[in-house]
Design a protein. Structure first.
Length: 93
């Protein structure tokens, strides 16, 4: 499986900061969880699905769910992932 190179869109960065602060996370925790969600590669079943992009989902044990909407491009030796937006919610999917 090719390695994923992850980048964050400017809009997604500000949404990440805003939503992370709302749930008591600092910038680095929120960014780490968003990257971990993308690396895990579990696609969302039904919530926050995008018509044009991939939505990854991850649940953390402090009762927060992360949904990361990504645009992906396959290159020769890696997958370039651009995070378009990050959604943080309480509870599971």
């Amino acid at each position: 499986m090719p390695k994923k190179v992850i980048d964050i869109d400017a809009h997604a960065f500000f949404r990440m900061v805003e939503r992370g602060i709302r749930f008591g996370l600092n910038l680095y925790e929120t960014q780490q969880r968003a990257f971990q969600t993308v690396r895990a590669g579990k696609c969302s079943n039904y919530k926050h699905k995008s018509k044009h992009h991939t939505t990854y989902y991850s649940y953390f044990h402090d009762n927060l769910s992360f949904y990361v909407v990504c645009k992906e491009k396959l290159c020769e030796s890696y997958i370039k992932v651009l995070i378009k937006t990050i959604i943080v919610e309480r509870g599971r999917e």
